[in-house]
Design a protein around this ligand. Structure first.
Ligand code: OAD
Length: 247
């Protein structure tokens, strides 16, 4: 593994650490990624399942897919990758975790400084009046309907063609501009604006570590690429960091 003292020295000197995660960090919890050869988008059409037009065309199909994903996320447990990021939050003063994942596993692991760029699969809201629901809908043959206005309820996730929550995106750009160490973990770096964040950090002089068993379009820009699963790489980084600090 390419965890060495250079990275540990960067961590020791860092004032602000930023992390961006993607579906790869939850793969070892048994959840599917999107663009791997066995990922969702190799089997399903994202325009049908992850866009407003797809939802309007067939809301029950979309709800059934999200319902199935929720059941899988509930059955899954955070893995050593998620737990390592919780430990990093304890070890470093200014540590901020941004995720593209909607599976709630970072929160269940115990991360607090957590920002969900693409929403959360366990939240929903009315398409018509916007009222929020903490949903426990069981989806069988009906789309959930708003108690207040009778509109269709939709999952509170960001679909293709939709804006990311502006408050969260603002904070993400702010931290990308000021962090000195940036980890991009388990993401193909294909979806913007999230994929822009490590480029911004790099432009501002941050040290960028990519953790991904496979190369991505971001790899040539990374200062260090660790080609291991997230759980192994993060466990190793924490181990070495604690060893150097004698804690
Ligand atoms: P992708 O499926 O695009 O990428 C997952 C990445 O994880 C790949 O580059 C894999 O090589 C890597 N990977 C696989 N196993 C890993 C492991 N054990 N440890 C570390 N990395 C591993 O998923 P995202 O980049 O998260 O958005 O996708 C971004 C967005 O595209 C998602 O939020 C979703 C999707 O469409 C929406 O649905 C709007």
């Amino acid at each position: 593994m390419s965890v060495d003292i250079t990275l540990i020295n960067k961590l020791l000197a860092a004032q602000n650490i930023m992390v961006l995660t993607g579906a790869g960090i939850s793969k070892e919890s048994g959840l599917s990624t999107f663009r791997d050869s066995d990922g969702y988008w190799s089997q399903y059409d994202p325009t049908k399942l992850a866009s407003l037009d797809g939802f309007l065309a067939d809301p029950l199909l979309v709800w059934k897919w999200y319902y199935e994903r929720k059941q899988k996320a509930i059955a899954a447990n955070p893995n050593a990758g998620h737990l390592s990021l919780v430990e990093m939050e304890r070890l470093f003063k200014n540590f901020h975790l941004f995720t593209q994942n909607v599976d709630n596993l970072h929160r269940r692991a115990g991360s607090v400084n957590l920002y969900e760029l693409h929403g959360n699969i366990f939240h929903s809201h009315c398409l018509n009046c916007g009222i929020k629901y903490n949903d426990d809908f069981v989806i069988t043959d009906k789309v959930p309907i708003c108690d207040i206005c009778g509109g269709m309820i939709r999952p509170s996730v960001v679909w293709f063609g939709e804006q990311l929550p502006s408050d969260i995106l603002k904070v993400a750009f702010e931290y990308a501009n000021k962090c000195d160490v940036f980890f991009t973990i388990g993401t193909s770096s294909e979806v913007y604006p999230a994929a822009q964040l490590p480029f911004i950090a790099k432009d501002k002089g941050a040290f960028i570590i990519e953790i991904n068993p496979n190369p991505t379009s971001f790899s040539p820009t990374a200062d260090l690429s660790i080609r291991n699963p997230a759980s192994e790489a993060l466990t190793e980084i924490i181990h070495l960091y604690k060893q150097v600090r004698g804690i």
